[in-house]
Design a protein around this ligand. Structure first.
Ligand SMILES: *Cc1c(COP(=O)(O)O)cnc(C)c1O
Length: 405
């Protein structure tokens, strides 16, 4: 069992602490200029986001625009094929735009509006965060600058088109390797120049305080809904909860509903092609403590101590670190982190499509694969998997690289 004697009753009050730490992880390791901007966002978060007006407006948006609550589906055919364990999925693939990311983007953009900002800024790699934020910006009538490496712009043409159709300004970053890392640097530089008029909207539970906390809290709607729905459907809590971990936002959202329950929790990282550095992005499994992108966590380092190159078949999971709260939950033993490789992921992608009529995102397929593995080990009980997104975005890639099985 992964639940232990750690006291979770006041967990969300105590973590993070006032400086943004979850135990030894987190914080804000940033230049003084940005410290002012982060302090402003933190202050606004504690006043505005806790107000009943803000909460009421966000609740209405979730219901009427995003289509929440998303359902939980029982996977009957898959469960029957595996024996006596019941598998369920929380359907974030049915959240507007097809993934969980819009949950925190709507929250961040609503906060921007309340703060009187005119613009939101972010970087994007595969383009998923850019599309979600462009959607939120269009909804609220905010300007939106998305920084993206020129290599990624070429690779992710459909998402670039979506962002432009939604009215976002896609800013091409051409220096260095012209991918995600350079885009992050360029977006932060722009933010330092423009922070009076805009806010930076981070794409996961990473970055300097208060972002890991804010994104977790906006995503916690997933876990809160899921707990209530699962109890209503089955009369019990699930025995296990599973989610994939890139930066860790869909996982933190789901987990935060169950931390105080007698439920085993599993976070699944991508093992990619194997255990060699550069072939995977399993930071919590193989990484060490270090600071990058403004926060202290567990990260994969190269021989110079810099963020190591990472790989996963799921572009949304190839990040060389994970949110600080995941590092903390790992250390105290509340969440078990494990890995799933590319091949197991692709098998799960086809299994869920064929047996249940749900095409999952390749990211989410990692969690599905682990759920199937776990079901084979457990004699009986139930497993709730967070299906973080739908696989439409991945179909061309799957057909090109794996064909139709
Ligand atoms: C971006 C993305 C992820 C990974 O991000 P987390 O912050 O780890 O949740 C997972 N699933 C989908 C569908 C995504 O788009």
């Amino acid at each position: 069992m992964t639940h232990n004697n750690f006291e979770f009753t006041n967990y969300f009050k105590n973590y993070p602490d006032n400086n943004g730490f979850y135990g030894r992880y987190g914080g804000a390791f940033i230049p003084d200029d940005l410290k002012k901007a982060m302090a402003e966002i933190t202050e606004a978060y504690y006043t505005i986001c806790k107000s009943s007006k803000f909460i009421g407006e966000l609740r209405k948006i979730r219901k009427e625009f995003q289509g929440r609550p998303t359902p939980i589906s029982y996977l009957e055919r898959l469960s029957n094929s595996l024996g006596d364990v019941q598998l369920y999925v929380k359907r974030e693939d049915l959240n507007h735009t097809g993934a969980h990311k819009l949950n925190h983007c709507m929250g961040e953009a609503l906060l921007a509006k309340y703060m009187g900002k005119k613009k939101v800024i972010a970087e994007t790699g595969a383009g998923q965060h850019g599309v979600a934020l462009a959607t939120a910006a269009a909804y609220f009538g905010l300007e939106c600058d998305i920084y993206m490496g020129s290599v990624d712009i070429k690779k992710q043409a459909p998402n670039v088109a979506r962002m432009k159709i939604l009215g976002a300004n896609v800013v091409e970053v051409t220096h260095g390797l012209a991918t995600l890392k350079e885009a992050v640097d360029a977006a932060f530089e722009a933010y330092c120049r423009e922070y009076k008029d805009c806010i930076y909207c981070i794409g996961s539970v990473v970055g300097p305080h208060p972002f890991p906390m804010m994104v977790r809290d906006f995503q916690s709607v997933v876990g809160i809904e899921a707990r209530e729905q699962f109890l209503e459907m089955t009369g019990e809590l699930p025995d296990a909860v599973v989610a994939c971990v890139g930066g860790g936002s869909n996982a933190m959202g789901m987990f935060s509903g169950f931390l105080n329950d007698p439920v085993d929790i599993y976070g699944i990282e991508p093992l990619g092609r194997g255990e060699r550095l550069g072939d995977h992005a399993a930071s919590l499994q193989y990484g060490e403590e270090g600071v990058m992108h403004g926060f202290n966590s567990i990260m994969l380092k190269d021989e110079n101590g810099e963020p190591a190159p990472v790989y996963s078949v799921a572009s949304g999971l190839d990040y060389p670190s994970s949110g600080p709260e995941h590092a903390f939950l790992r250390d105290i033993g509340r969440v078990k982190y494990d890995v799933i490789n590319d091949d197991e992921t692709i098998d799960a992608f086809f299994t869920l499509s064929r047996m249940e009529g749900i095409i999952p995102a390749i990211e989410s397929s990692h969690a599905v694969a682990y759920g199937i593995k776990l079901a084979k080990q457990m004699k009986h009980g139930s497993i709730l998997i967070n299906l973080s997104g739908r696989g439409d975005k991945d179909m061309d890639y799957i057909i090109e690289h794996y064909g139709i099985r």
